[in-house]
Design a protein around this ligand. Structure first.
Ligand code: PLP
Length: 451
C-alpha cells in the first residue's frame, strides 16, 4: 500500500474519471456496434498492447487514440467532431458478454405473476425475493469475496437506496445534532468540495449520484456530510464509508478515523475478481454490493446489503418500506437469474465450467484496457497512472494488480490545467476537486483545479 499512497500523493494534478466502457461507446460511434463472438473477444483481450493498438480495432479501445503517438493519445475526440465522455461510468462494456449468453439469462414474467407487494412475510426483509437471496449467497460462496452466514440480506433499488437506508438506520434517535458522515478523500463524488451542498455540477449531469449529494440532498436532520475522513476529529457519532476498491482511485482501503463512536459502512461495489484480487472473504458488519458493478446490470437497479445486526437490518427495511414500499420483484428475479448464471458457470472449486465464464471475460477485458492505457500513458510522457501492488487472488488463483473501473490519471510536466487540456481534445473528464481532494494541496498551487 505504501507504493499506492505515494502514487496518490498531493502531486496529483488531475483525476481523470476514466470510465472503461469507452471502448464500447466508441465502437458504437465508429463501427455501428458490429458483433463479434466471445472467443474472439477473449483472444483479443489476451493480445499484447502493441498488437491491439496497431490494429484498426484500436480505435475502439480505451486508449485507442494513442496508437500513433503522444498528441493523439489525448486527442481521442477524432476529426469527426465526436466527443468522448469519460465523466461517469456506465457498464455497457459487459453487454456483449450477456448477448452471447443468449436465453440463459432471459426472464419471462406472465402478467398475472408477482402482483403482490409481498415476497416473503416470514423474512425480516419482507420484500426480498427468496430466489434473489439464494443467488446472492451462492455467488458469494463461489467467489469467496464475502461471508453471508450470520448476516441478514436487505435488497435495495441499487446500492444507492441501501446507502440512504443505512444512514437512516444508524442515526441515533435521541440526538440534537445530525450524525456525521465521512469518507477518506478521494471519495465517490461528483461535487466540487466547496459546492457539495448545491452541487450544480452534479445536478446538471445525467447521473448525479455520490456520497455527499446523497447524504445532504434532502437536508436531513439525522445525518450530515462531514467530508474527508482524514480530517474528521469530532468526538460525536459518525459513519465512515469505506469503499474498497475505492472509486475513484482503485485503492484498497481500510477505516481511517478509528474512534469509539464510529460505525463503518463497507461499500464493496467493486470487490469482484475482474477488478481486484480477492484476498479474503469480507466479513464486516455492514457491507453493500450491487449488480451495477458485479455483473454490469446497472439498469436493473438492484443492490444488496449484508447486515450482521438484526435491528439495523430491520430499520433499513423500514426505510425502504417508507421510501418505495419494497423493491421491484421483476428486477430481483432478473438479477437472481443473472447472478445464478454466473455462479453456475463455475464448479465447486471455482474453476470455470465453460469458456463463457463471466469473471474471466471481465478480467480479460479490464486487463486489455489497462494494458492499452498504460502503454499510451507511457508513450505520451504527459501523464502517469498509479502503480498497484500485485496480489494473489483466491478466486482465480492468479496474482495480478488491481485493474479498477476508473483511472486516476496525473498530468505531468507543463500542463497547468489538465482537465481543460483534455477537454480541448474533446474528452470530458472529472477533475480532482470533485472528489474532495484538499484545496491546500500542491495541485491547487499549480492552479490545476481552477476551471
Ligand atoms: C462506490 C460506488 N458505490 C455505489 C454506487 C452506486 O451503485 P448502484 O448503481 O447500485 O446504485 C456506485 C456507482 O458508481 C459506486 O461507484
Amino acid at each position: 500500500m505504501g507504493k499506492v499512497s505515494a502514487a496518490f500523493s498531493l502531486k496529483h494534478v488531475l483525476v481523470l474519471s476514466l470510465a472503461l466502457n469507452v471502448g464500447l461507446i466508441l465502437r458504437v460511434l465508429h463501427e455501428g456496434g458490429g458483433e463479434k463472438n466471445l472467443e474472439k473477444e477473449n483472444r483479443d483481450a489476451g493480445a499484447g498492447a502493441g498488437a491491439v493498438m496497431a490494429s484498426k480495432e484500436a480505435h475502439a479501445g480505451m486508449t485507442s487514440s494513442s496508437s500513433t503517438g503522444a498528441a493523439e493519445a489525448v486527442a481521442g475526440g477524432g476529426d469527426d467532431g465526436s466527443v468522448i465522455d469519460l465523466d461517469h461510468g456506465d457498464p455497457t462494456m459487459y453487454e456483449r458478454f450477456w448477448q452471447q449468453m443468449g436465453d440463459k439469462t432471459t426472464v419471462v414474467i406472465p402478467g398475472w405473476q408477482y402482483i403482490s407487494y409481498f415476497s416473503d412475510v416470514r423474512n425480516l426483509c419482507w420484500f426480498l425475493e427468496p430466489e434473489f437471496a439464494n443467488a446472492v449467497v451462492n455467488l458469494h460462496k463461489v467467489v469467496g469475496n464475502a461471508i453471508t452466514d450470520d448476516h441478514n440480506i436487505v435488497v435495495g433499488t441499487g446500492s444507492t437506496q441501501l446507502f440512504q437506508a443505512v444512514l437512516y438506520a444508524l442515526s441515533p434517535a435521541d440526538t440534537s445534532e445530525p450524525m456525521s458522515v465521512v469518507s477518506a478523500a478521494p471519495y465517490y463524488s461528483m461535487c466540487p468540495l466547496e459546492d457539495y451542498t448545491t452541487c450544480s455540477y452534479a445536478i446538471s449531469r445525467p447521473i448525479d449520484s455520490s456520497y455527499p449529494l446523497q447524504t445532504d440532498y434532502l437536508k436531513s436532520g439525522l445525518y450530515k456530510w462531514a467530508g474527508d475522513a482524514y480530517k474528521f476529529s469530532k468526538d460525536t457519532p459518525y459513519v465512515e464509508l469505506v469503499t474498497s476498491p475505492n472509486n475513484p482511485d482503485g485503492s484498497t482501503r481500510q477505516a481511517v478515523v478509528n474512534q469509539s463512536e464510529g460505525i463503518l459502512v463497507h461499500d464493496l461495489a467493486y470487490y469482484w475478481p475482474q477488478y481486484t484480487p480477492i484476498s479474503f472473504p469480507a466479513d464486516h458488519d455492514i457491507m453493500l454490493f450491487t449488480v451495477s458493478k458485479s455483473t454490469g446490470h446497472a439498469g436493473t437497479r438492484i443492490g444488496w446489503a449484508l447486515i450482521r445486526d438484526r435491528e439495523i437490518a430491520k430499520k433499513m427495511t423500514k426505510f425502504i418500506e417508507i421510501n418505495t414500499i419494497g423493491v421491484s420483484k421483476d428486477s430481483q428475479l432478473r438479477a437472481a437469474k443473472v447472478l445464478q448464471a454466473v455462479s453456475d458457470s463455475y464448479d465447486r472449486d471455482g474453476n470455470p465450467k465453460e469458456s463463457k465464464a463471466f469473471f474471466q471475460y471481465g478480467y480479460n477485458l479490464m486487463a486489455e484496457r489497462w494494458r492499452n492505457l498504460r502503454a499510451a500513458v507511457n508513450m505520451s510522457g504527459l501523464f502517469s497512472l498509479p502503480d498497484f501492488p500485485v496480489e494473489a487472488c483466491t478466486f482465480s488463483r492468479r496474482a495480478f494488480e488491481p485493474q479498477p473501473a476508473f483511472a486516476w490519471l496525473k498530468c505531468e510536466g507543463e500542463i497547468e490545467d489538465c482537465e481543460s487540456f483534455i477537454r480541448k481534445h474533446k474528452i470530458l473528464t472529472r477533475g480532482g476537486k470533485h472528489f474532495g481532494v484538499s484545496p491546500k494541496s500542491e495541485v491547487l498551487r499549480n492552479k490545476i483545479f481552477t476551471e
